[in-house]
Design a protein around this ligand. Structure first.
Ligand SMILES: [Zn+2]
Length: 411
């Protein structure tokens, strides 16, 4: 019977590059015990999620929340617990050998500025607070996975390195991941999973982006007295019109957005300065590069036209400053990590929608390291808004899925 099972397993397992399929793993007593623990512990996981959410973690100010995760990593018996130079909190659950080294991460930071009220309120079972799903959920799931592995006494062939990282959101610019893969765990990561947000989706395409702040400047002057002088805001208007007219492919999806503008002195003054923030994105590195070139050409042309229009009087300049770079990348659909994640989901009777996103996994994807992002379960709404909510109905499934995936990948 045993031999028969093994024989039956051969083609499937070989295709996944695994010793056992996730469905077979479910039959192991230690794995079952861990999965049962994850389900039983879910109320405590939800409490932890609320507790972590209530420790403010504004962009660039993740230290306090990081300190609490570090304490919990130590309490859960992780080894080599440390905080790296960027502020990522790292801890290792050793395996029987050094490889494969699987990294599980969740991000510490939120999009909310210092002073935002982050206390959690409850409406029935639904939790409400800024950051409750993104990514307090990921952090709580990651900690619940460690706890369940311990309670089930699961031993894995390879180690699992857990990371609570900084700088995932906005102008954080993935600095935690860039440091992790460029310095603190450079060359040591075989597989990477980020637990980010809610739901049971799976992200295997990392949308790349370039973000600019462009400043337009000129001498400025009186609107009536100095009339005839080039105008930085009008030059910016020309630039925006040109950006708006750019042709971008829908496949691979490539986008642009002028998201914020500002500047000027007074209604009756030719401004000396104006600025805009622009976001360029694509799932394809080459398309992003092409869009970037068109964007720069549009700026240059707009400034030339404005200066020409006013005979180069008080000429205007445009200075684009690159304020964000998210590398694009993709983990192939047919790769072992994606197939394993789908098989794990299927073994738990979870239907996992596969999609693209812009997450911590962009960095390893860009380096060619097998990487995906998964949702932490439950149902979230209003991420990045003050009205963010988390509905914990069946959220234990998200914890179980992350757990079984960790076990399946660490071999
Ligand atoms: Zn997030």
């Amino acid at each position: 019977m045993r031999a028969g099972v093994k024989l039956f397993c051969l083609p499937l397992c070989a295709a996944l590059g695994l010793a056992q399929t996730p469905a077979e793993l479910l039959k192991e007593p230690a794995v079952r015990a861990a999965l049962e623990a994850a389900k039983q512990n879910e109320p405590a996981t939800l409490q932890l999620q609320a507790k972590l959410c209530e420790i403010p973690a504004p962009p660039f100010k993740e230290t306090e929340r990081g300190r609490e995760v570090q304490r919990l990593f130590e309490q859960l018996g992780l080894r080599e617990v440390r905080t790296d130079r960027a502020g990522n909190v790292v801890g290792v659950r050793p395996g029987k050998s050094a490889h494969p080294n699987v990294v599980f991460s969740a991000h510490l930071d939120t999009v909310f500025p210092e002073g935002t009220r982050v206390d959690v309120s409850r409406q029935g079972s639904v939790l409400k607070a800024p950051g409750i799903g993104d990514d307090a959920r990921g952090l709580a799931v990651m900690l619940a996975v460690i706890r369940a592995l311990n309670e089930g006494r699961v031993e894995t062939p390879g180690p699992i390195t857990f990371v609570a990282d900084v700088g995932e959101e906005g102008l954080g610019d993935l600095r935690g991941m860039k440091n992790l893969f460029g310095e603190s765990l450079k060359g040591q990561v075989d597989k990477f999973v980020s637990v980010d947000g809610t739901g049971l989706g799976l992200t295997d395409v990392g949308v790349g982006s370039l973000r600019y702040r462009v400043t337009f400047q000129g001498p400025g002057g009186h609107s009536y007295g100095a009339f005839g002088m080039a105008n930085p805001i009008q030059a910016m208007g020309r630039a925006i019109a040109k950006i708006d007219a750019l042709d971008v492919p829908s496949e691979p999806k490539t986008t642009f957005n002028v998201g914020r503008v500002g500047g000027g002195t007074s209604v009756n003054a030719i401004p000396y300065e104006a600025w805009m923030e622009v976001d360029l994105r694509s799932v394809d590195p080459a398309s992003l590069k092409a869009l970037d070139a068109k964007f720069h050409a549009a700026l240059k042309q707009a400034v030339e036209e404005e200066n020409h229009r006013w005979n180069n009087r008080g000429p205007v300049t445009a200075s684009p400053e690159l304020v964000g770079v998210r590398p694009a990348g993709q983990t192939p659909r047919g790769s072992a990590i994606v197939r394993t994640a789908l098989a794990v989901s299927q073994a738990l009777q979870i239907e996992a929608p596969v999609r693209e996103g812009s997450t911590d996994a962009n960095v390893p994807m860009n380096l060619g390291i097998p990487a995906i992002t998964i949702g932490g379960g439950g149902a979230g709404a209003g991420a990045h808004s003050l009205n963010e909510t988390f509905d914990p109905k069946d959220s234990w499934l998200g914890t179980q899925r992350a757990l079984l995936l960790a076990i399946a990948l660490a071999r």
